[in-house]
Design a protein around this ligand. Structure first.
Ligand SMILES: [Zn+2]
Length: 448
């Protein structure tokens, strides 16, 4: 009997994968952060089944097709922890302004006039392509018509934590916060259990919502086990106003309202004090650090080193691709996060490249959540990656090669044919197989 099982194992170890990708370097997220020179990754259906030296993997998982990229770095996909994807279509309407001016004088009115399901679909298609070009496989979003964003994301084969926005004034998809809460509940139901989409509840911020709405948003999130996404302490004005109105910082005000009692990702956190950081650490709230946005809007410098010292899960986000950044490139965020931390600490040894690349998740999580939960909590977030032992999200995790050429080839193919894979495993496997066609695809002259 034992021999029977042993032979079964042997046979399965030698079984051909659906796709083997070889690359000059394979970067892993395993315990020792291995980098395999002349490495390979074997994929079966939508799962990565083996990673190691190419010679070994080709022997045990001799797949046809193969994707051979001797000049590429193959790495797990990046996770964007804060953005507003459809704002790609608002790029260029207003720059060089403070957040409040930019939001109130330009963005909110422009959104009121222009944002529709069609706008959101086209904007998300563009955003998804841009994210793929810069190695992102999972993103966290807060916008309107989030169900349309979810469909576009699924079509692209990407993974996302998508938060339906709740805000205290009439917006394109809801006339009142009560409408927005109803919409959010419908969205949570529609995408419950989706393999790629984690639906979330996204009250915009403390300064754009009533206490009642904020409490209702938390109740709804907890009722459906959904993450809650919120902007927090982005500007000094937000802190000053909250302090004036409530005698508390935004973090302490949210804590008092019970908004932090559940899975939460807080974007920005520029003006957090020590007490706030201790509260976030205690509540297990993840922070999305957005250095491009904070610099462009002169919002300030987030206390990243303190957040790390106090073991707050930290990710990176480009914020909206209009006005507050103008792109969705997480490599740029890694670069700026490192430089901003170094110059503000007057110490070039802080936040080294490897730390930026791997991201920070808490050393002592309260529980061992599933991968999607870690993402949603900001627990394994931007500048960090899907583990290679995890699920390959079709086109996303498998083909997101840092070898820019291959990445661009994949994305260009997707853009040209407009035939992105549907969500099912068979389609994702087909998509993984289609990677082999990249060998015959156009060679790009220029890396990005
Ligand atoms: Zn934002």
């Amino acid at each position: 009997m034992l021999r029977f099982f042993a032979s079964l194992l042997f046979v399965s170890a030698l079984s051909a994968a659906d796709l083997v990708i070889t690359a000059r370097y394979v970067v892993t997220m395993d315990g020792s952060r291995r980098i395999v020179e002349n490495g390979a990754v074997a994929i079966e259906k939508d799962r990565i089944v083996a990673v190691g030296p190419a010679a070994e993997i080709l022997k045990t998982h001799g797949a046809k097709p193969r994707l051979h990229r001797p000049d590429a770095i193959l790495a797990p996909g990046l996770i964007n922890t804060h953005t507003h994807a459809p704002m790609t279509l608002l790029r260029g309407i207003a720059d060089d302004l403070r957040l409040q001016d930019w939001l109130e004088r330009y963005i909110f009115p422009a959104e009121g006039k222009n944002v529709s399901p069609e706008f959101v679909r086209i904007g998300t298609d563009l955003a998804v392509l841009e994210m793929m070009l810069s190695g992102t496989t999972t993103y966290t979003d807060m916008y309107y018509f989030e169900e349309v964003i979810a469909e576009a994301t699924r079509r692209a084969g990407m993974r996302a934590v998508l938060g339906q926005t709740i805000i205290g004034f009439p917006v394109p998809d809801a006339k009142t916060p009560a409408d927005a809460l109803r919409r959010t509940e419908a969205f949570l139901k529609q995408f419950a259990g989706d393999p790629l989409i984690t639906p979330a509840v996204a009250p915009h911020a403390i300064y754009t919502n009533s206490d009642e709405t904020l409490r209702a948003a938390r109740t709804l999130a907890n009722q459906y086990g959904a993450p809650l996404l919120i902007h927090l302490s982005e500007t000094r004005k937000e802190n000053d106003d909250t302090q004036k109105q409530r005698g508390l910082s935004p973090t302490q005000a949210l804590e008092k309202l019970g908004v932090l009692t559940g899975r939460t990702v807080a974007a920005h956190g520029v003006w957090l004090d020590d007490n706030d950081i201790a509260t976030l650490a205690r509540r297990g709230v993840g922070v999305a650090h957005c250095p491009s946005s904070n610099m462009k809007l002169a919002s300030g410098i987030a206390p990243v080193l303190k957040l790390l010292r106090m073991d707050v899960a930290l990710g990176l986000g480009p914020d909206g691709p209009a006005g507050s950044n103008n792109d969705l490139n997480l490599f740029e965020e890694m670069d700026l996060a490192g430089k901003l931390a170094k110059v503000s600490a007057n110490d070039p040894t802080v936040l080294p490249a490897a730390k930026l690349f791997h991201g920070h998740h808490r050393r002592r999580p309260r529980a061992r959540p599933a991968e999607r939960d870690r993402v949603a909590r900001g627990g394994q977030t931007g500048g960090s990656h899907h583990r290679f032992s995890g699920r390959a999200t079709g086109r996303a995790a498998v083909q997101r090669l840092l070898g820019a050429r291959l990445c661009l080839e994949g994305c260009r193919r997707a853009g040209r044919r407009r035939q992105w894979p549907r969500g099912g495993p068979a389609a994702r496997a087909a998509n993984a197989r289609s990677g082999a066609r990249a060998r015959r695809g156009p060679r790009l002259r220029r890396a990005h």
